[in-house]
Ligand binder design. Structure first.
Ligand SMILES: [Zn+2]
Length: 185
């Protein structure tokens, strides 16, 4: 498998785009997160941002991308070590939580099938990696050699992985349906 852009050894393959090497893979993910941040104007000048650090690959990848994307924008960034994603803070006006596309899908499916209420997050919460799957974050973290704590995969996420294997692109179309349904509400 070779990168279709430069011909180097590929690390990931996408149905619609093709195979990508380390550098072009990192670039693709960064572009995707950057686009989401820009279109929704997630981060602005003088923001006081808190990053929830549960030592996961989502935290490390989110922190790395945030710093790269905001560059010289004058903002304050702090991190807090906790496994409570719903932690709040008066000092900060934005809270970034470690949250992937798979988390979004899991929450939604739990709501539909088990009538589980979604976690209550503060209005300041930003899900920076909502458009990135767990597999993608895993590859990202591996390339960047982040030291991450392993997290157990709940049954629903394993099921999502199975569906993705059988129907490539499944997770993205599910996310799009979730977004549409949330807008309808
Ligand atoms: Zn390449």
């Amino acid at each position: 498998m070779k990168c279709f852009k430069c011909g180097r050894q590929a690390v990931a393959s996408f149905r619609q785009i093709g195979s990508l090497c380390e550098n072009h893979f990192l670039e693709l993910i960064e572009k995707r997160v950057r686009k989401d941040m820009r279109t929704k104007r997630l981060i602005r000048k003088n923001d006081r941002i808190l990053l929830i650090n549960n030592e996961s690959k989502e935290y490390h990848t989110g922190y790395y991308l945030l710093k790269r994307i905001i560059k010289d924008l004058p903002v304050k960034i702090e991190t807090r070590k906790t496994s409570n994603l719903a932690a709040s803070s008066k000092k900060h006006n934005k809270i970034i939580i470690p949250w992937s596309l798979d988390d979004e899908a899991e929450e939604f499916l739990n709501m539909v099938f088990s009538k589980k209420k979604p976690k209550k997050f503060s209005k300041k919460t930003i899900k920076l990696l909502k458009n990135v799957t767990e597999e993608e974050i895993e590859i990202f973290a591996k390339i960047k050699k982040f030291k991450c704590r392993k997290q157990a995969k709940p049954r629903i996420k394993k099921m999502l992985d199975e569906l993705e294997k059988r129907y490539p692109g499944y997770k993205f179309s599910l996310l799009n349906s979730i977004k549409q349904m949330k807008e309808l509400k």
